[in-house]
Design a protein around this ligand. Structure first.
Ligand SMILES: Cc1ncc(C[n+]2csc(CCOP(=O)(O)OP(=O)(O)O)c2C)c(N)n1
Length: 369
């Protein structure tokens, strides 16, 4: 009888203990010292970016901001593991990851400012738009990776996703599709413990999110998401494997969102201060700084230079968002770039909005007359 072989390689269950490097002074010796310093510089920049963006919501310059304070090691480490030819597929929370990819921070915040539906040219930076519908970016990432594979392009695709979004059907379809085609995707889950107010325990019955990989036929890895060097190493290894034709990997990073879900959320309603305190003691910026100092790689002058650089970048962003002319787009342009040939439902919705806008204009004219 013909024996069908499901796998050509045995997959082992992921270790529950996450990979961590920076708690041990010798832990990062395999990573170049210049890279380690650059990772730290970017953590400092990232923390300041989060603080500045949050302040801009209070000043009414930004409509909404999903902060990654506490998650900077994930945002920085994962993106810095990419090569120029690779692609990034972020979610709404991953603004910092997009900045780290080299996109102008003011453009990155365009959507969150409410100016326009998107802010940069995805092809120029190899960065897809921030996806607000949960997990849709994972199918787009799997599709692009498959297309690149069929064209013979050597690249890796990084799809970033939250723990809550792993309950979406799209996540299942993306992992299944990528694994069957052995497509070059790294699915990077930032497990920050909550989907708004829903804790991870109510999200999945799996022992860990990394375990889910085994069911699809790809390796699953757990990493300390507050250790920038460990994230850099784990995502880098998965991306190298993807580029070399080894197929997709699921990387679960354990981290914590220190701020509320967005500035519109009150996190004290669903989590207690002790929990937040415990995670603050594992702050990714402080931990990396300690590690570098213990290894003698960071002196005070360099630390000060990094802080000053972050302060300058924050000042520039504040000035840009306060003075840049706002585009004020036509509301009907909302429908322009959805489909090449719009569906009948979309045309109906467009006509409805057109009538409502005309009625508003008439009412305003009558009020003046
Ligand atoms: C398809 C879909 N359903 C519901 C929502 C509303 N929603 C926005 S964020 C969110 C929680 C997501 O949590 P998680 O994936 O853990 O990401 P985190 O915000 O923690 O980074 C929900 C339910 C949405 N944006 N899209």
């Amino acid at each position: 009888m013909n024996q069908h072989v499901l796998h050509d390689r045995a997959l082992t269950l992921p270790a529950v203990d996450p990979l961590t490097l920076i708690d041990d002074p010798a832990g990062t010796e395999s990573i170049d010292a210049g890279v380690l310093l650059d990772l730290y510089r970017r953590l400092v920049l990232g923390r300041r970016f989060n603080q500045q963006a949050t302040a801009l919501t209070k000043q009414g310059r930004l409509a909404v901001y999903p902060s990654t304070t506490g998650q900077e090691a994930c945002e920085v480490g994962a993106v810095m593991a990419l090569e120029d030819e690779d692609w990034l597929f972020p979610t709404y929370r991953d603004t910092l990851a997009v900045v780290m990819r080299g996109v102008d921070p003011a453009e990155v915040l365009t959507l969150l400012r409410g100016d326009w539906h998107h802010g940069w040219d995805p092809h120029a930076h190899r960065v897809a738009p921030l996806a607000t519908p949960l997990a849709t970016q994972t199918v787009h990432a799997a599709g692009l990776a498959r297309a690149a594979q069929l064209r013979g392009d050597s690249l890796a695709v990084l799809a970033m996703i939250g723990d809550g979004a792993t309950s979406e059907g799209d996540f299942h379809e993306a992992l299944n599709f990528a694994a069957v085609g052995r497509s070059p995707v790294v699915f990077f889950v930032q497990n920050n413990g909550y989907a708004i107010s829903v804790p991870i325990g109510k999200q999945t019955a799996a022992p860990t999110l990394a375990h889910k990989a085994i069911g699809y036929g790809m390796p699953g890895v757990r990493v300390d998401g507050n250790d920038v060097a460990a994230v850099y190493q784990a995502v880098g290894a998965a991306a190298d494997r993807a580029r070399a034709g080894g197929g997709p990997t699921l990387v679960e990073a354990l981290t914590y969102r220190v701020d509320a879900h967005t500035n519109a959320d009150d996190a004290t309603r669903y989590r207690d201060a002790e929990e937040v305190e415990a995670w603050l003691r594992r702050d990714p910026v402080v931990r990396m700084e300690k590690h570098l100092r213990a290894r003698g790689l960071l002196d005070e002058a360099t630390a000060e230079e990094f802080r000053a650089g972050a302060e300058r970048a924050a000042g520039e962003l504040r000035a840009r968002l306060s003075t840049d002319p706002r585009p004020n787009p036509d509301p009907l342009s909302l429908f322009d770039d959805v489909y090449a040939r719009p569906t009948s439902q979309l045309l109906e919705q467009r006509a409805l909005l057109e009538r409502e806008l005309a009625a508003e204009k008439r009412a305003a004219r009558e009020a003046i007359a």
